[in-house]
Design a binder for this molecule. Structure first.
Ligand SMILES: O=C(CO)[C@H](O)[C@H](O)COP(=O)(O)O
Length: 207
């Protein structure tokens, strides 16, 4: 299972600093949606130039104009970009078309999708590299939230998947056991007193 750091920061300077500290422990470096909105796609270029050996993931959360938005993300240096699973099939197909042209990949984020199992199969058939079983920051903040629903959906869908939803050291083992291809950790790394140590502990938990 790969480890992905989600950098939900706001400046290119902070993103480069965090990436520099944790890169040795992760396989995929994600530029979070707030970071891309605040800093622009130049942050993708900067991180890819600093870490050419890592997969760089642009969390675009594209909802429309799939081909156009995917094209600009890949031109900026992204290896993977996200389209929302609630988007129209044509939006996802458009992003996949751009991915094929660049020899890159589209990840479909299932945040907000009620039937994640069915949609996962549909978007995989449309050409998604993998799906993200995702509970966003607002959903995580609701009382009673736990990861289990995402893990069950991932195992049932039988397509390549990542899990994002506040993954931490105490839960990453369950993510691996559910058969995930990628575990995504944002706050558990960038919110830690020592992000490098946090990333190292996550890596060791799945080694
Ligand atoms: O895409 C996101 C929010 O929409 C986050 O990057 C994702 O949820 C991972 O961060 P965390 O581990 O803090 O949940």
């Amino acid at each position: 299972m790969k480890l992905q750091v989600a950098m939900d920061l706001l400046t290119t300077k902070d993103a480069l600093e965090l990436a520099g500290r944790v890169a040795e422990y992760v396989d995929i470096i994600e530029l979070g949606t707030p970071l891309i909105k605040a800093a622009g796609l130049s942050v993708v270029t900067a991180v890819k130039e600093a870490h050419p050996d890592k997969l760089v993931f642009a969390d675009m959360k594209t909802m429309d104009a799939g081909e156009l938005e995917a094209d600009i993300a890949f031109k900026a240096g992204a290896d993977l970009m996200t389209v929302l699973g609630v988007a129209d099939d044509s939006t996802i197909a458009g992003a996949v078309k751009a991915a094929k042209a660049h020899n890159k990949g589209v990840v479909v984020d299932l945040i907000g999708v009620a039937d994640k199992v069915t949609r996962a199969k549909e978007v995989r058939a449309l050409g998604a590299e993998f799906v993200e079983m995702h509970a966003g920051l607002d959903e995580q903040a609701q009382p009673g939230f736990d990861l289990q629903g995402l893990l069950t959906a991932g195992a049932e869908a039988r397509v390549p998947f990542s899990v994002a939803g506040g993954v931490k050291v105490s839960t990453i083992g369950a993510v691996q056991q559910a058969g995930a291809d990628v575990a995504v950790a944002g706050g558990a790394i960038y919110g830690a007193a020592d992000p490098a140590l946090a990333a190292k502990e996550l890596r060791e938990a799945i080694a």
